[in-house]
Design a binder for this molecule. Structure first.
Ligand code: ADP
Length: 563
């Protein structure tokens, strides 16, 4: 082969390789989902790849020759120009920015643009720009942001009227140009309603819209319908045909027109299978047409709102119940207080006449004994026994009243516990015919305390032991001591006390009632007073017993050396 022929062949091969290469690059550029553009030094498009049409609505021919800066939303312009200026004076520098760009239909669109300066390369001599549509990504992060902001508002306030307004303000303008949120009460009537519009001057108009159909029997769209049916609504385009359905209400049409409604969706708020409210989202921009994806997002938002509203409703309900319970408790306390006051007053008033009666009885007794009238004396003695019971009752009631008002005074003195117990038991034995009162053991302890008040405790315990063991004949008073305490146990072999009552028998006016048992007289205050007295001595009163197995009450008192 001649050299020329070789040269021609080589040239053809080169051209072919070049052509293949160009085809390959073209294919790459034209099939990329990104739009690729060349921009002149002056900022004019000199080449734009075909994918731009899908992205911005313009064909490449419509863009070539136009200024790249013409398509920024006006409020964006200066910021973006500053960023792009950075590449102008830096060959090979690459800048990537996220920015809004205007679609042919006027809607702003989020793009990620990468621009590099190739003006210094004579073969290119242009800025090379790569545009990528990131609306979906941006929308997802905006939605995420909106959901988070809404959650913040919702959890930060349990007063839902306040949150509703704030939520409405989040929805506008992120998801709507105007919106309404309505909340129902338990009787399915609207309790709260929040309205918001991108233009504050029109908020009143949004309110008026609701007034127009709230009483209509059958509404085809809108809040009232959502509240009735609980079914979400989506009207991507509010056409004349849609408006036809409300033709019979010219005012409603007039308001809808002046609001300039173009697209609409409505979502019921549902919690625990109940419709608790609804939200409407309205667009007035021809470029914002709600889609199924918007509806899904709005449903997620509504689900969170409903959940929080329901929680706040439950919280309020719980609060109201607590308040109610507190009121009842306060009323109970007040009535207890009145009862205590009455008991205090009544026992005080009873004391004087009973004391005089006792006095007159003893005068009469002396006279009758002088006169030798034995029968009258006998009756008088029985009357005296009853008077003693009455005196004891009155003095117990007075003690209850003193304990309640913190006025139970103690006269403390040092005394020998064993001797004191012996004395008390002997006195009681003299008046007790049915039971033998036995003392076992000793404490050898000195006690600092009020002898009269402590005597009251032991009289009470021993009297109870006798009273509640009608079929037994012994009561044992057992004395012992440990490191810190002197212990007096009063044991009987009577009816006993079931475990369930143990913690209550020391309460005021508490009596164990058992239908199988006979009723025992009493007021249920003896143990209450006894416990108070023992505790005022820094001691403890407790019981060991079970039903039918007798009972032992233990009084422990601190030893003098330990106090
Ligand atoms: P009451 O005047 O009713 O005896 P108390 O306060 O002394 O009042 O006792 C409260 C209740 O405890 C009594 O009603 C009785 O049911 C029960 N109780 C007290 N002591 C005994 C006991 N030794 N055996 C059985 N039950 C007792």
């Amino acid at each position: 082969m001649s050299t020329e022929a070789e040269n021609i062949a080589a040239g053809a091969q080169e051209t072919e390789i070049f052509n293949r290469g160009e085809q390959l690059f073209r294919a790459l550029i034209e099939n990329s989902s990104d739009a690729i553009a060349l921009v002149s030094e002056e900022g004019l498009f000199t080449y734009v790849s075909p994918s731009v049409e899908k992205m911005l609505g313009y064909t490449p021919d419509e863009l070539v020759g136009r200024d790249i800066r013409d398509f920024f939303p006006p409020h964006y312009f200066s910021e973006i120009v500053t960023q792009f200026a950075a590449v102008t004076h830096a060959p090979d520098r690459v800048v990537t920015v996220e920015h809004l760009y205007l679609h042919k239909n006027g809607a702003p669109l989020w793009l990620e643009s990468t621009i590099s300066n190739r003006l210094h390369n004579p073969a290119i001599h242009a800025y090379v720009a790569n545009f990528r549509d990131i609306s979906t990504r941006r929308q997802a992060s905006e939605h995420e942001h909106l959901l988070n902001a809404a959650s913040d508002v919702l959890v930060s306030s349990l007063d839902h009227q306040f949150s509703l307004q704030e939520i409405a303000q989040l929805i506008v303008p992120a998801l709507a140009d105007y919106c309404r949120i309505a909340i129902l009460d338990e009787t399915y009537h609207i309790k709260d309603i929040a309205a918001h519009h991108i233009d504050p001057a029109k908020i009143a108009l949004v309110g008026a819209l609701y007034e127009q159909y709230k009483d209509r029997e059958s509404t085809t769209h809108g809040l009232q319908r959502l509240l009735e049916t609980g079914v979400p609504e989506l009207i991507p385009t509010v056409s004349e045909r849609v408006l036809d359905s409300v033709r019979d209400n010219p005012e409603l049409i007039a308001i809808t027109r002046s609001l300039g409604l173009t697209s609409y969706m409505g979502i019921p708020l549902i919690a625990r299978n109940k419709i608790i409210g609804a939200i409407t989202f309205s667009s007035i921009k021809p470029t914002r047409r709600y889609s199924q994806a918007d509806l899904r997002f709005a449903q997620e938002l509504a689900r969170r709102i409903a959940l929080t509203l329901d929680n706040s409703y439950l919280y309020q309900q719980a609060q109201e119940e607590i308040q109610e319970r507190r009121k009842v408790e306060a009323a109970l306390r007040a009535s207890e207080l009145r009862k205590d006051e009455f008991i205090g007053m009544a026992s005080h008033e009873l004391k004087t006449p009973v004391t005089s009666l006792k006095g007159f009885t003893s005068v009469l007794q002396r006279r009758l004994s002088k006169q030798g009238d034995e029968q009258s004396q006998h009756y008088l003695a029985r009357m005296d026994v009853q008077l003693n019971k009455l005196t004891k009752l009155i003095s117990d009631l007075l003690d209850v009243s003193r304990i309640q008002t913190g006025k139970l005074a103690l006269q403390r003195e040092l005394f020998d516990l064993d001797a004191f117990i012996r004395e008390t038991v002997e006195t009681l034995q003299a008046a007790t015919l049915t039971h033998q009162l036995l003392i076992e053991g000793s404490t050898g302890a000195q006690i600092m305390g009020d002898k009269d008040r402590l005597a009251q405790v032991f009289i009470n315990l021993i009297t109870n032991a006798v009273k509640y063991s009608p079929r037994a004949d012994t009561v044992i008073v057992r004395l012992s001591k440990n490191q810190d305490q002197a212990i007096v146990g009063v044991q009987d072999f009577g009816i006993g006390i079931a475990e369930a009552h143990h913690q209550h028998i020391f309460d005021r006016f508490y009596q164990v009632t058992d239908p199988a048992e006979k009723t025992y007289p009493g007021l249920g205050i003896g143990l209450y007073i006894s416990q108070e007295i023992v505790e005022r001595h820094h001691g403890r009163l407790r019981v060991e017993s079970s039903k039918g197995a007798g009972a032992t009450f233990f009084v422990s008192l601190p030893l003098i050396e330990n106090r």
